[in-house]
Ligand binder design. Structure first.
Ligand code: TNX
Length: 647
């Protein structure tokens, strides 16, 4: 990767706890790479503990994907396979006396303990059904085990859950597989295969005896894990161990998304963001059950993805950025790393190559694509609509086919986004003919095309999707394309554009589509937003973040939080749950979570932020040496020009 380094968070609002920890330290390291080692060590520890305490049920500590070797050795009584059978047998025969006694103990402890600090309904996006049970709070204990269905994708979710919980709890939380996972005092992730929960739904049951998440798919289990995370005390977001009672509120949740497409877009062209920043944004999306990351990879100011057959696109076209900021581009390996990291979080990357306009950076690299065949100098301003590749040249279509071909080969997802916005200098008929041809190229690659709604006048192509970014809710041409079969992703500029300022004094951002505070981001209904487009045509929502004025990860998160969760809720939650006054209360409880996770956010005065202090680390340990102090708020310089708006 040729990358501008990630800059440390810089406060945009007056200092608040979000500025405590540098983002890169707060994000658990991409556990894809480390889970196996962690897991096998933890499993070994738990197995040793289990043997020492003579547990009645020897199973559980045995055959994980990563730790099978270690645990088979640790479990001296039997090999992994025998132990798995013993697990099944113990379940079939009912519980042993020891086990029943422990369950009774847990129940008594839960009844005596203070209630969970979170309420079962304090989840964002709001779940479809929430059924609290005040007598069923669950206390996660140090020896809890995560039991999971023996399926690689489900086990990956269990590894993810363990990696989320281990840093703050300091518990080993070994992961073990089982034919039918049961909580037994811990957490069970059960891939039941039941169709009723759909592609992404889950059921969560919290009782004094443990937690069970059931789903028909690994994606459903993953979303259930995000809910579980939100129900634990905010300190669970700490990167170091914290003294806390890890209590979950008792009851059940049944949850499924309203729409299949719930996304965010990151513009890496106007300013370039390195791989670690993008991975962090993926984690941000995953928290709120978003399942699409649209990457705006090319624009006038920069081309950000290496294309082997046209190498100068990245090396020359990627050199600059808005305002002479450092440029950069992703190697194909970088891009694949992003795609894989997203896939592990059940997020599909949608790459966008913006055509035929917004192509100035490509022209600087290959003058042969320009209408006058002359490569222009780089552009670092923020005007739009002046550039285009020559639609009359066959070379242009070679370029499009080569670029989209390479991108398709690197992208497992079903969609290729071809942009199509603001090609002001291309006459309407020529433009429609160009889009027709590009749509055919995408179809030949076996993918479905997405374009900004400007591509509406082109011929219908099977599976095509228009991304609406207008501000009026009216557009006869788009409505007509929908009648011809196109479907819609809704990104209304005046509600979902996260590059708009929150308020007049927001230090970065635009206001051409108006100011977008949290209420405005929340206050619309995707089902009836675009006049003349039926609710069935709507695939979902997407929140774009254009980055003309956004230069660091902290600034990205400042624009995302707290508005991204508002858009996420519109995409996920049933309309029956839509209620601004309840939402603002629920969302405000996430402030301390973001603060603890080192996420910079806007302290929007519309939300009743709690005053909960950021949790202190449990004890200094060798591991903590060199960590940032937990509170250095008063030392953090305030960005000049920032108006205090802290509530
Ligand atoms: C319009 S929205 C654009 C982008 C700008 C954005 C700034 C769209 C499809 N095109 O090129 O970055 O406005 O808000």
């Amino acid at each position: 990767m040729s990358a501008a380094p990630s800059t440390a968070p810089e406060p945009l609002d007056p200092p608040h706890p979000a500025d405590v920890t540098p983002a890169s330290e707060a994000t658990p390291a991409p556990e894809v790479e480390t889970a196996a080692a962690d897991q096998s060590a933890a499993v070994g520890r738990a197995a040793a503990q289990a043997n020492a305490t003579d547990r009645a049920e020897p199973a559980g500590q045995t055959n994980t994907a990563a730790g099978a070797g270690t645990t088979a050795r640790a479990n001296t009584a039997a090999g992994a396979e025998t132990a798995a059978h013993a697990d099944d047998a113990a379940q079939a025969a009912g519980r042993t006396a020891g086990e029943l006694a422990r369950a009774a103990e847990r129940k008594a402890a839960a009844l005596l303990a203070p209630p969970a600090p979170t309420r079962l309904g304090d989840v964002v996006p709001a779940p479809e059904q929430v059924m609290p049970d005040a007598g069923a709070d669950y206390l996660l204990a140090a020896d809890a085990v995560i039991r999971v269905s023996a399926d690689p994708a489900a086990m990956a979710v269990a590894g993810h859950l363990a990696a989320l919980l281990r840093p703050a709890t300091g518990y080993p939380l070994p992961v073990t597989d089982a034919a039918t996972p049961v909580p037994s005092g811990g957490i069970a992730l059960d891939l039941t295969g039941e169709a009723a929960l759909g592609e992404e739904g889950y059921r969560l049951d919290i009782t004094t005896d443990g937690v069970r998440i059931a789903a028909g798919t690994a994606a459903g289990l993953f979303h259930g894990v995000q809910t579980l995370r939100q129900l634990l005390p905010a300190a669970v977001e700490s990167a170091t161990p914290v003294t806390e009672r890890w209590v979950l509120p008792g009851g059940s949740i049944l949850d499924r998304p309203r729409y299949p497409h719930r996304g965010a877009m990151l513009d890496v062209a106007r300013h370039f963001f390195g791989v670690t920043d993008v991975l962090r944004v993926i984690d941000d999306l995953a928290r709120y059950k978003l399942n699409r990351l649209h990457l705006h990879l090319t624009d006038d100011q920069g081309w950000r993805i290496a294309i082997d057959s046209w190498p100068r696109l990245a090396t020359v076209g990627g050199a600059g950025a808005v305002g002479d900021a450092p440029g950069g581009y992703y190697t194909q390996a970088d891009y694949q790393r992003i795609v894989a990291y997203a896939a592990d979080r059940h997020i599909t990357v949608i790459p966008e190559i913006d055509l035929p306009g917004h192509t100035h950076a490509a022209l600087t690299a290959y003058g042969e694509l320009a209408p006058d065949r002359v490569a222009p100098p780089p552009y670092t301003g923020t005007e739009v609509g002046f550039s285009y590749v020559d639609p009359a040249s066959e070379r242009t279509y070679d370029f499009v086919a080569d670029v989209l071909g390479e991108i398709a080969a690197l992208t497992p997802g079903r969609w290729l986004h071809i942009g199509g916005d603001e090609a002001f200098k291309v006459p309407a008929e020529v433009y429609a003919g160009f889009v027709d041809r590009v749509q055919r190229i995408v179809a030949e690659l076996g993918r479905d095309v997405i374009g900004w709604h400007q591509i509406a006048p082109a011929t219908h192509a099977e599976g095509r999707i228009l991304q609406w970014w207008g501000t009026t809710g009216e557009d006869a041409v788009t409505a007509e394309a929908v009648r011809r079969g196109a479907r819609l992703i809704l990104s209304p500029g005046n509600h979902a554009y996260l590059d708009m300022k929150y308020a007049p004094d927001t230090p970065i951002g635009h206001d051409w589509a108006g100011l977008i505070d949290v209420h405005r981001a929340y206050d619309w209904d995707p089902a009836n937003h675009l006049a003349g487009a039926p609710a069935e045509a709507v695939l979902g929502v997407e929140a774009p973040l254009w980055t003309e004025s956004v230069t660091t990860l902290a600034e990205i998160e400042f624009m995302l939080f707290p508005r991204l969760p508002a858009i996420a809720e519109l995409g996920w939650s049933p309309r029956s749950t839509h209620d601004w006054s309840a939402f603002r209360e629920r969302l405000a409880t996430h402030g301390p979570r973001w603060a603890t996770a080192g996420i910079t956010y806007h302290r929007s005065p519309e939300l009743p932020w709690p005053t909960t202090p950021v949790p202190a680390p449990r004890r200094p340990s060798a591991d903590d040496v060199g960590q940032a102090p937990v509170s250095r708020l008063d030392e953090t310089p305030v960005r000049p020009g920032t108006a205090p708006d802290r509530g």
